[in-house]
Design a protein around this ligand. Structure first.
Ligand SMILES: [Zn+2]
Ligand SMILES: [Zn+2]
Length: 241
């Protein structure tokens, strides 16, 4: 689904309840080639490859794979896509050794119980954890606040994880928030039980809310396709930290 000119949400509607919790990934057409933001859950990358083909492109047209953070649901097709495309992988330094398989991701808490729909995923994910590791892949380029990848600007948005990144596409007033802001199962700054630093989370959210944004591609749940800044501002105003 196209959510802004040349910006595609790669997740079919309602897909992935037990496969990463309605996780979403995005593809951008740019002068710098195709840019992919996150890689969904499925290790075979089939959904993403099908969408690339649907656009009349080949895997070799994919030139950049950028990651919001190193959580399993966002890394599924990573190794496969890198092998098929030859595209470099970009991530923040703090996440890079998780992506490469040298360090496990942090466990999640079972409290608070907010966002109850998340619990089947958290519980099943925890039980299956020994069997569902992502296939490791080396991060080729470490990125941080202020860097650019083609038309994308890198925003460091810690809280959910210390190396969490969001990406801003100013020419299309679109921001990709990863898990710094999600719309499933509720509109919130990331799932509360998976948040490593709540204070940083709210600071990052306020920062996103101050930007000129129409469209928001989120890490879990449906994207917001108009007047996204108003939604971010309303949520940010509720932050207590
Ligand atoms: Zn996450
Ligand atoms: Zn996530």
């Amino acid at each position: 689904m196209q959510i802004a000119p040349g910006v595609y949400d790669l997740t079919p509607p309602q897909r992935g309840y037990f496969k990463g919790g309605y996780v979403h990934a995005f593809l951008i057409e740019s002068d710098a080639g195709l840019i992919l933001i996150d890689t969904l859950f499925d290790a075979d990358a089939r959904i993403i490859l099908d969408q690339i083909q649907h656009l009349g492109k080949t895997p070799q047209d994919l030139k950049h794979i950028v990651l919001t953070h190193g959580h399993r649901a966002h890394l599924g097709g990573l190794a496969t896509l890198k092998r098929l495309s030859g595209a470099p992988i970009y991530a923040h330094e703090w996440e890079a050794d998780i992506v490469s398989g040298d360090r496990p991701q942090q466990g999640v808490n079972l409290r608070p119980m907010k966002g109850i729909q998340v619990y089947p995923i958290v519980l099943i994910g925890t039980l299956l954890e020994p069997f569902t590791h992502h296939k490791p892949a080396t991060v080729d380029k470490l990125i941080d606040e202020g860097d650019t990848i083609g038309p994308l600007r890198v925003l460091h948005t810690p809280g959910h994880t210390p190396g969490h990144l969001a990406f801003y596409l100013p020419e299309r007033k679109t921001v990709f928030t990863g898990d710094a802001f999600v719309t499933w199962p509720l509109i919130c700054p990331g799932w509360p039980n998976a948040m490593l630093n709540e204070k940083q989370t709210w600071t990052s959210l306020r920062r996103l809310a101050a930007m000129e944004v129409d469209v928001i591609g989120v890490g879990h749940g449906n994207p917001i396709t108009q007047n996204g800044a108003a939604v971010l501002r309303e949520l940010a105003a509720r932050g207590k930290l």
